[in-house]
Design a protein around this ligand. Structure first.
Ligand code: F6R
Length: 605
């Protein structure tokens, strides 16, 4: 699984500072909000870090006369703690003997941080990562060696981790550890290197090893040694990388969009690790009696709002209204005693920010759901939840959409549990269904060739309807938006029941109708809608639950997803439609990463 949140680069070599800065520049494409480096000079760790771009950071760097041959660097994409100098990596322990950089999400850091504070540790940031340096220090204070302390630290810490550590205790080493987040190493006559991704290593070596999960790798001059978490020596497998720089940035995928689609299992796993305290803080704003709750967002994020609205009705028996942000001020007048849940991956969409400002001016409270910590939405919201997708570079939203759906599900499920609207048993059942999603999506992605063939068959169509009932209307709308924005095919998402009130007039032989028809309580009616379209010569492509022979029979093409609780089907069924849009665009000779007339962040109203 690929993980992009932050960039790590470390090396033991000549001209370490230049190499670290160059390595970080080569990781810039991943997106970041702050930069930092730590080097060892005269047995002292020197740290420089700041919010902002690498070019600015270099301009202000005051380390001209330092000649170090060991160091680590980091570009940060904020997930815990806003972008700021304090929160930028590297982080140090209290004694100044240990510096760490980390990429990933630590699940149990809050509890460990509290225990360490009780023991006298002083923290200088609001990040989850800083706890790593202090925990290592704590073990060392209790008599363990540096390596033993590092092993114990990673045995205790839960979550996704790629980490590089330097210490004045063993000043000739960089110690790396990896679990779920990527970390690669390379060795050549130019030095020994570690990095989050291959592009950063290409100027020095093409002989690269991926650190296996749960392994520690010790880098020394001209030497690399891998151990398991108990200190047993193990082997690293080196491979010759033949990618050019552009291919390497996309981890070998031809486009960012497909890379990001394949990152979804990881993005969801990390979003599922959001500490409950963040969810509980948001719930406080939902709890007042007689409160009205609204959801607002634009484009794909509006579809996440619609999902939230169906979820609230089905799970909580609550009517929560979704409102498209650009219409918010036109349709809502009195917002006193209300809470608005505003969803925006970028956190900078002008329409959504206008809706928030308007709602605030009328006395509403705001819960933000965003992928971009430090964005305007995090500043304007009373409380926010940060989805853990990592930066999304393709213009079409993919992984950020699925993590929005996961976040809103976590929020409403927990709210339902607290309010007694969902029993403990139902909560646990649903949570175990949700926890299966990353694995299920991995399985769906393994079948991407099926979608590729269907996309080839339909790539020259001029029109498509995406039809569904109930909560899968969300999937239909999102599938149509994806197809239209990157393939320029005219595509419309409709409630299937509504199709006979007008849209059916367009159906003639060969018109493409895509049905989202998993096994839920709308299935019988959907079969009726399929037959109506089929009778008029439409070509039918259905997304169905595995083994649904009846719908297979009446469809020209189908794609099967595993069975899951019905309210979670939009999360699964969106994936084949993202793949469909992507492959259709590619077959039409278009660049899916850069659709015409669209920008990643729409900052004009
Ligand atoms: C569709 C897409 C757009 C965005 C919309 C809102 O693929 O990317 O529809 O969803 O512009 O953007 P955010 O979520 O950044 O507010």
């Amino acid at each position: 699984m690929v993980k992009i949140l932050c960039g790590i680069f470390g090396c033991i070599s000549e001209d370490v500072l230049e190499k670290i800065l160059d390595g970080l520049k080569r990781l810039e494409y991943r997106g970041y909000d702050s930069v930092g480096i730590a080097i060892i000079d005269n047995n002292k760790i020197i740290i420089r870090k700041d919010k902002g771009k690498i070019s600015e950071f270099i301009k202000n760097l005051d380390l001209n006369n330092i000649k170090s041959n060991i160091g680590i660097g980091h570009t940060r994409w904020a997930t815990h703690g806003a972008p700021s100098k304090e929160n930028a990596h590297p982080h140090m322990d209290c004694s100044g003997r240990i510096a760490i950089v980390h990429n990933g999400v630590l699940e149990n850091f809050l509890q460990i941080r509290e225990e360490l504070i009780k023991k006298g540790h002083r923290f200088s940031s609001k990040t989850d990562s800083e706890v790593i340096a202090h925990l290592i220090e704590d073990f060392i204070n209790n008599g363990l060696s540096l390596k033993e302390a590092i092993r114990n630290t990673f045995k205790i810490l839960k979550g996704s981790i790629a980490c590089a550590i330097i210490s004045t205790i063993e000043p000739d080493k960089i110690i790396c550890y990896r679990r779920e987040s990527p970390l690669v190493i390379g060795i050549s006559s130019k030095g020994v290197f570690c990095a989050s991704d291959i592009p950063a290593l290409l100027p020095y070596t093409r002989n690269i090893a991926i650190i296996p999960d749960d392994k520690i790798v010790i880098l020394e001059k001209n030497k690399v040694q891998a151990e398991d978490i108990n200190g047993e020596i193990c082997k690293l497998e080196y491979n010759e990388v033949t990618w050019n720089l552009e291919q390497a940035e996309k981890s070998g995928y031809p486009h960012f969009m497909i890379k990001e689609i394949f990152e979804q299992p990881r993005a969801i796993s990390d979003t599922l690790k959001i500490p409950l305290i963040y969810i509980d803080r948001a719930i406080e704003y939902l709890e007042n009696k007689n409160k009205r709750i609204y959801l607002t967002g634009s484009g794909t994020s509006y579809h996440a709002c619609l999902f939230g609205s169906y979820l609230a009705s089905h799970l909580l028996s609550m009517d929560i209204r979704p409102v498209i942000s650009s219409e918010f001020t036109e349709i809502l007048s009195s917002l006193e005693n209300s809470t608005v849940i505003a969803i925006s991956q970028s956190g900078e969409t002008a329409d959504t920010l206008n809706a928030i400002r308007y709602a605030k001016s009328k006395g509403a409270k705001i819960i933000g759901i965003t992928n971009t910590l430090g964005s305007s939405i995090t500043n304007l919201s009373d409380v926010y939840i940060c989805t853990q997708s990592g930066p999304e570079i393709g213009v079409a939203a993919t992984k950020t959409f699925l993590t929005q759906l996961i976040s809103i599900t976590l929020l409403f499920l927990r709210y339902g549990l607290k309010k007694g609207k969902i029993s403990e048993v139902d909560y646990s059942k649903l949570m175990s269904e949700i926890n299966r999603i990353p694995k299920i999506i991995e399985e769906i992605l393994k079948k991407s060739d099926i979608i590729k063939n269907i996309a080839l068959k339909y790539s020259s169509k001029q029109n498509a309807y995406f039809l569904a009932r109930g909560i899968n209307l969300v999937t239909a709308l999102e599938g149509a938006l994806k197809l239209k924005e990157i393939s320029y095919i005219h595509a419309e998402g409709y409630p299937a029941g509504e199709s006979k009130h007008g849209p059916i007039a367009l159906i003639e032989p060969g018109f493409l109708c895509i049905f989202i028809a998993p096994k839920d309580n709308t299935r019988e009616k959907i079969i009726g809608n399929i037959m109506e379209m089929k009778a008029r010569g439409a070509e039918i492509f259905s997304i169905i639950t595995e083994g649904d022979e009846e719908i297979k029979e009446i469809s020209d093409e189908y794609f099967e997803v595993p069975h899951i609780h019905y309210i979670l089907y939009p999360i699964l069924c969106t994936v084949p439609l993202q793949l469909f849009a992507y492959y259709v665009a590619v077959f039409r000779g278009l660049d899916p990463d850069k659709p015409r007339n669209l920008a990643k962040s729409v900052t004009v109203p």
